[in-house]
Write a protein that binds this ligand. Sequence first.
Ligand SMILES: *Cc1c(COP(=O)(O)O)cnc(C)c1O
Length: 391
Amino acid sequence: MSYSKVEKPGYFGEFGGSFVPPQLQEALNYLEKQYNLYKDDPVFNKEFRYYLKEYIGRDNPLTYAEKLTEKLGGAKIYLKREDLNHTGSHKINNVMGQILLAKRMGVKRIIAETGAGQHGVATATGCAMFGMDCVVYMGAEDVRRQALNVFRMELLGAKVVSVSNGQGRLKDAVDAALTDYMESYEHTFYLLGSAVGPHPYPTMVKHFQSVISEESKAQILEKEGRLPDAVIACAGGGSNAIGAFAHYIDKPSVRLIGVEPDKAPTLTEGVPAEIHGFKTLALIDEDGNPKKTYSIAAGLDYPGIGPEHSSLKVSGRAEYYSVTNEEVLEAFQVLCKEEGVIPALESAHAVAYTLKLAPTLDKEQLLIVNVSGRGDKDVQEVFELLKQKKS
Ligand SMILES: *Cc1c(COP(=O)(O)O)cnc(C)c1O
């Protein structure tokens, strides 16, 4: 049985596709052609591998979490250490792939959207290194809340454009970036930050992020001589999860588990809908507009999800669960104390589900938990949240 095969380019079962104005479709068609031209090109891939190693610091380890395993008394737990990448998360894998593609296309201007600022910082980093102009669209409200990340992007040479339309949030930044792209695509590359959006983005982002499972598979085979029983990752737009799943999707013995916040439960409660130019499971209100979501992890605060996850959910190939803020805060502290790893609050969602699952499994079972990023950015927030809880 084969799962989540792309039947038509850009479709995953009934999900995906591209629902955009004709002018933007023209830009996307051009991008798709260029992507297809380079993705299997040996010279392009050699260059991609070079920067993964020399700039991002890959391969990152698959660390055996010995104390956590003993504490939980069940399955053997391994941590895939995306937190050790340059800039501190998996986001730079995708940024590097897309920037190299832009370079091949002869483009010198990069635009991106960002919510909390993580993707903006990763994009600004890549642009600094390759000497490209970088414009990052960010909602006015997010600019205010994430002043330090705005400053980081500026230090790295990017221009941050504050978008005051709508609610001044991620959605409005996406709209502004798309408007720019429609008018500028002949000399501008839109570097999208997750496995969402119209085709070819979900396919392209998965391709660049699949290095996560390519590595983890080789590493677990070397350490244990067999595939894991489950892979667990958090899901916001779904890029770290699809990258962590990619090389196991056609291995039915490996359970694929995505974890989302209970206040943004796209896959556990979403319905088929069209948002931001593609079809997916999404949280929408009676008028068909994206619902407001909330998560203590800004990176998971999105009412939609990459279309391939919707397909994996509907086909039953992957499982998705939600965890509460309480459980995430607990998991954050457990990973700090047991393993000396401070996870991003996003990644702590995957850890939270692991704390529930591992004790129910026997000692021969193997789990891989994708630690999508480091938690230094979240320490202040966790400090505040724990202080509130005590008082
Ligand atoms: C942005 C981010 C996420 C969420 O994005 P996905 O596309 O779902 O991976 C998860 N973890 C970290 C550390 C992030 O920065």
